[in-house]
Design a binder for this molecule. Structure first.
Ligand code: UDP
Length: 236
């Protein structure tokens, strides 16, 4: 296998499936099956889940809810998604642990690096909820940070598009997909992969990122096996 320990980042929106918000249980089930396939290969899997299908801190701007409060609401939303994903994975017989950046003992464990690594070594899938536990960050930043902390081999960013393009493929029919690209080129070309905090963390720590289409069955397994899927962003 090309990767032994992965950090999979799923956006909150990806859980809505065909819905406009919230969680689509069918979508959860489909993702769980895809994730099980890589666990069955003996790969250690950690997941960071977003919260955009329920609440984003920026939505609060200009409303009665202030930004910091909004960000904490967003973080709590990621825990809700994490709980849903945990249940769905457990239905397939997968051993999981949900770890949170904000303490909430009745529903999940606090994030402790050594404990997270131990879970992974024992073959348990670990879901990281509540982002990094601080406002003004995103779950992409949490994905980068947690991946570095647990010494993952790669961040796999599952999206609706199948990689990084020269322009937005939903707006420009001439947009070309990169099969691989360096961190520096992404900066130079001003391409949008992750927010800059998240992206820089990966770059500075030499942690590769693969952007790929999570909705295409088999993609996740193909990446693990080293096949060319999506866009690989690496140091060179
Ligand atoms: N958030 C935060 N700190 C973090 C992670 C998330 O404040 O470390 C908040 C932020 O308001 C964000 C929301 O939680 O908008 C949901 O996360 P995100 O927008 O990254 O979710 P996604 O876009 O992946 O669904």
């Amino acid at each position: 296998m090309k990767y032994k320990r992965i950090l999979l980042k799923l956006s909150g929106e990806s859980l809505q499936g065909e819905r406009t918000h919230g969680i689509d249980p069918k979508q959860l089930e489909q993702y769980s099956h895809e994730i099980k396939k890589v666990l069955d290969l003996g790969v250690e899997v950690a997941i960071v889940i977003g919260g955009g299908n329920i609440f984003r801190g920026v939505q609060a701007t200009g409303t009665a809810i202030d930004r910091v409060q909004g960000d904490y609401m967003g973080m709590l939303a990621t825990v809700i998604n994490g709980m849903a994903l945990q249940s769905s994975l457990e239905n397939l017989g997968i051993f999981t642990r949900l770890m949170s950046g904000i303490k909430m003992e009745q529903v999940c464990e606090p994030f402790i690096k050594r404990r997270a690594v131990r879970h992974l070594e024992k073959g348990r899938l670990v879901i990281f909820g509540a982002g990094i536990g601080s406002p003004y960050f995103t779950t992409d930043s949490a994905a980068s940070l947690r991946a570095i902390e647990i010494e993952a081999d790669v961040v796999l960013k599952g999206t609706r598009v199948d990689g990084v393009y020269t322009a937005d493929p939903e707006k420009d029919i001439n947009a070309q997909r990169f099969s691989s690209i360096s961190f520096d080129e992404v900066y130079q070309k001003g391409l949008n992969v992750m927010d800059m905090t998240a992206f820089t963390l990966c770059k500075e720590n030499g942690l590769p990122i693969v952007v790929f289409d999570m909705n295409k069955p088999g993609n996740l397994v193909s990446i693990i096996k080293g096949e060319e899927v999506g866009t690989l962003i690496s140091v060179n």
